[in-house]
Design a protein around this ligand. Structure first.
Ligand code: NOJ
Length: 523
């Protein structure tokens, strides 16, 4: 049993791409079950499982057509129950994705809703005679989609096949409560709530989401008795220093924590090719930890998820210093203050994948962007941007071995060189280094209960401190270039992703120092 949420170490599973047990090209529950020993040995104790529900697959499962049914390619309800029990038997909690803002237009509610203006389900969605504002869809174009049948527009913040639910309708809110209850009764431990801040809208605002009823709706849903002990994390792009308390103050009974994105919104848009500076990433991460510490809620710490390019490629060096980059970023993730979320493959140092033709891409957002930009810039530089930022990067099938298999998505382009089998048998194994980081985090309460403090942030490196009682750890994280190392006095090295410690820091060197106790000092 975990005592506090900061003891959690999450691992996000994107089921379609994790492990395909029956060779049909789609990852499945039985594949996940077969890899539970791999996850247990890594040391994680919580998983977030991305959508596996019935879905036409326009947005890779985030377009749900039945919240209680499972995509048959991924498994059956029996498989699901077995998987959850297996996780629990191995001391791993499981939270699910809860996609509350929209359904697929194939959902029976929408099919009814679009039939006529007086259909009992009409008000489950947001219909207007004329668009009341100029909101844009995240995937390109207007967020208001004209529907010929009834001559009105419905709101779709994402693909046109994803219609926004009308949370102002109490029936919708009851339906969504019932969905939460259904999965809680199956034994899950909580939810990651997809674009949660979009569920309440202010149609007169230029911005979609963060409407006046946002917090009351969240409280109505998760303030209920059966949600008292669950873990909830809202994907809240709008989370700021100013409103974090509203989401996460324990007494308000809304969420355990949020995913805030300030530290990842640095690229001037997803398809912008310049690498963001690690210094800024660290600066923003630490600012956010402090915001959350002031509220008394655990922050989330993450560098990847199914929507983000691979961190090694995006922030560091995915060729010459791939091992060092992956392990140093791992140190930042696992020793910083908050609840760490690893994304599948990060523990092996997976990189972005490279593809030359748009037909090799699947992601709705990438295809939308390509549609808008195609013909405006030269094709090569457009493809370069797409390769850098596409959400397909984290969604390629996990390369368990060097052999590629036919799958729903193009194969990972570096599979021969980077795969689990190879990493596990390598002297420089990213997985083994992650194991050590996780073991250290679990062994030393400093990392879960201790104080967090920035010590130094320069253009060359970042040093932060974790302390509890007499114990103190200093984590030195070097950015890309060789530079003069900071002096950490009276300390011994407990982890290092290079063989030695010199006067200079090596590219992407990570050194964890433990301050010597009084007795050791005297030696
Ligand atoms: C956020 C999810 O993380 C993303 O994958 C999805 O496309 C949108 N929400 C819409 O559900």
């Amino acid at each position: 049993m975990l005592k506090t949420d900061k003891e959690r170490i999450f691992y996000q599973i994107y089921p379609k791409s994790f492990c395909d047990s029956n060779g049909d090209g789609v990852g499945d529950f039985r594949g996940i079950i077969s890899k539970i020993p791999y996850l247990k040995e890594l040391g994680i104790n919580s998983v977030w499982i991305s959508p596996f529900f019935e879905s036409p697959g326009v947005d890779s499962g985030y377009d749900i057509s039945d919240y209680r049914a499972i995509d048959p390619q991924i498994g059956t309800m029996d498989d699901f129950e077995e998987m959850v029990s297996c996780f629990h038997e191995n001391g791993i909690d499981a939270i699910l994705d809860f996609v509350a803002n929209h359904t697929s237009t194939e959902h029976v509610w929408f099919k009814e809703s679009e039939k006529s203006k007086d259909n009992p389900f009409r008000n489950y969605y947001i219909w207007r005679k004329t668009p009341p504002n100029e909101w844009e869809s995240t995937f390109g174009g207007s967020a208001w989609e004209y529907d010929e049948k009834t001559g009105e527009y419905y709101l779709r913040s994402f693909a046109k096949e994803q219609a926004d639910l009308n949370w102002e309708n109490p029936k919708v809110r009851q339906e969504m409560q019932a969905v939460v209850d259904f999965w809680l009764e199956k034994g899950v431990n909580g939810f990651r709530c997809d674009v949660l801040d979009l569920i309440s809208k202010d149609f007169s605002s230029p911005i979609n989401g963060s409407g006046p009823q946002l917090h009351p709706y969240i409280r109505e849903l998760f303030g209920r008795e059966n949600c008292k002990n669950i873990f909830t994390v809202g994907e809240c792009w709008s989370a700021t220093k100013e409103n974090a308390q509203l989401f996460c103050d324990k007494n308000r009974k809304e969420l355990t924590t949020v995913f805030a994105f300030q530290h990842l919104c640095l690229d001037n848009g997803r398809f912008y090719i310049e690498k963001p500076s690690l210094k800024t990433v660290c600066e923003r991460m630490s600012k956010w930890q402090k915001v959350m510490a002031d509220i008394g809620a655990p922050a989330t710490v993450f560098l990847e998820n199914h929507d983000q390019a691979r961190s090694v490629s995006r922030f560091a060096d995915d060729t010459k210093y791939r091992f060092e980059s992956a392990t140093a970023l791992g140190g930042l993730l696992l020793l910083h203050d908050g609840v760490p979320f690893l994304y599948q493959g990060q523990e092996i140092g997976f990189t972005n994948s490279y593809h030359t033709d748009i037909s090799e891409f699947d992601d709705a957002e990438t295809l939308g962007y390509y549609g808008i930009e195609h013909g405006k810039t030269d094709e090569r530089s457009l493809m370069e941007k797409i390769n850098f930022g596409s959400r397909d990067n984290p969604r390629h099938m996990i390369a368990w071995t060097a052999e590629t298999q036919e799958a729903w998505i193009a194969p990972y382009s570096r599979q021969k060189e980077i795969n689990v089998e190879k990493d596990l048998s390598s002297e420089k194994s990213v997985y083994a280094f992650y194991q050590s980081l996780i073991a250290l985090r679990k062994k030393e309460k400093c990392f879960t209960e201790g104080e967090f403090q920035d010590v130094e942030l320069t253009d060359g490196y970042y040093v932060f401190k974790r302390a509890l009682g007499e114990k103190e750890f200093f984590i030195v994280f070097a950015f890309g270039k060789e530079c003069v190392a900071p002096k950490i006095q009276n300390a011994k090295v407990v982890l290092n992703n290079y063989n030695d410690v010199g006067k200079m820091l090596q590219p992407y060197q990570l050194i964890v120092y433990q301050k010597k106790g009084k007795r050791e000092d005297e030696k």
